[in-house]
Design a protein around this ligand. Structure first.
Ligand SMILES: [Zn+2]
Ligand SMILES: [Zn+2]
Length: 342
């Protein structure tokens, strides 16, 4: 049996309270870590503020954890995951390893997956966290600090796999909508990949940062003339924002046979003009964080190419300040909670 101190929301939008949670016996495949770092993803705010209407309070959010392995179940392969190892646990803590999706390397589509952010009181804003299956636990490359690794566990895991899933090539022109937690990593990954990258944002004050992340161009989305002038310019438009945009305006930026990919989660129904979609044979796709093979590749690529999140750190006790900063959109570009482990 293990007790953990979890930061729970008792009601929508409430300040978080340290709450003792008993994790019960450790399952044979499970891994338990002492959490040292936790990234704050926009969807954690969505959960705490009940934006998705799941009404499952009290809850513990958080799904970007890095820490040190403190216990492993009896069936864990300890040549790969062992006590004292520095590892990450992201959006997916386990899956069945038996369905067609798991068996074809697409664990993120497993109907039985263990979504860390949907586990009630067992999310990652906590001192001790478990992954239900060791095969979803990611060893962190030495070159990446634990604080910088945390945002890679969801933001990086959501962004990077799109490079191969969508078939993005170095010759492609790619626009990234939104320069936030996901967006600033998307700019870096795409730039390291060799693609021609343009940042699109309504925050003109982020243009210089965007160039620092590798963007060659910057498009101010509040400038309708500039947006109209960029029609049909991009093979891929990748949205990382959680807001409700005029999606037809973004679809217009896509070249014939090109793709609009949604990585951020809008809260309202997406309305598309069929004439903006069909005649030029465009496509719209959604994406969620990746499974273990893609995550391992993502961490290796980041370690090798120098892609790193730009972070603002907070001690875990100041979690409400970190959440407030994410809510207000003032974080540059990912908030990470830190905890000293004795
Ligand atoms: Zn996330
Ligand atoms: Zn499965």
């Amino acid at each position: 049996m293990t007790a953990t101190t979890a930061y729970s929301a008792q009601a929508p939008g409430a300040e978080l309270q340290p709450t003792e949670v008993d994790l019960g016996p450790l399952d044979p495949l499970a891994v338990e870590i002492d959490v040292t770092h936790m990234g704050v993803c926009r969807s954690d705010i969505g959960r705490i503020d009940n934006e998705y209407g799941l009404d499952d309070f009290p809850l513990v959010a958080g799904h970007e954890a890095v820490g040190v392995v403190r216990a492993v179940g009896t069936a864990v392969d300890t040549e790969q995951i062992f006590l004292g190892q520095r590892v990450g646990i992201g959006a997916i803590g386990g899956s069945c390893f038996a369905c067609e999706w798991c068996l074809s390397g697409r664990h993120q589509l497993c109907p039985h997956r263990d979504d860390v952010i949907l586990r009630g009181m067992r999310g990652a804003f906590t001192t001790v966290l478990r992954a239900s299956d060791w095969r979803h636990v990611q060893p962190i490359p030495e070159a990446i600090s634990s604080a910088e690794a945390a945002p890679l566990m969801c933001a990086g895991s959501t962004v990077f796999p799109q490079l191969t899933r969508l078939g993005i090539r170095a010759t492609d022109r790619v626009a990234v909508v939104g320069i936030g937690g996901l967006g600033h990593l998307a700019l870096q990954f795409l730039s390291a990949w060799g693609a021609a990258v343009t940042a699109i944002s309504s925050s003109a004050d982020k243009a210089e940062d965007a160039r620092g992340f590798g963007a060659q161009g910057f498009l101010d989305s509040s400038d309708s003339k500039a947006m109209a002038g960029a029609a049909g310019s991009f093979d891929f438009v990748i949205s990382t924002v959680s807001g409700n945009l005029d999606w037809n305006a973004y679809l217009a930026l896509v070249r014939p046979a090109g793709t609009l990919a949604l990585l951020g989660l809008p809260t309202r129904t997406i309305e598309i003009d069929p004439m903006a979609l069909l005649p030029a044979a465009k496509r719209i796709v959604g994406a969620i964080p990746a499974g273990p093979t893609e995550n391992a590749r993502m961490l290796e690529f980041a370690a090798r190419t120098g892609v790193r999140p730009l972070i603002q750190t907070y001690p875990l006790e100041r979690i409400d300040d970190a959440l407030a900063a994410v809510r207000s959109g003032s974080v540059r570009y990912r908030a990470v909670l830190e905890r000293a482990v004795r």
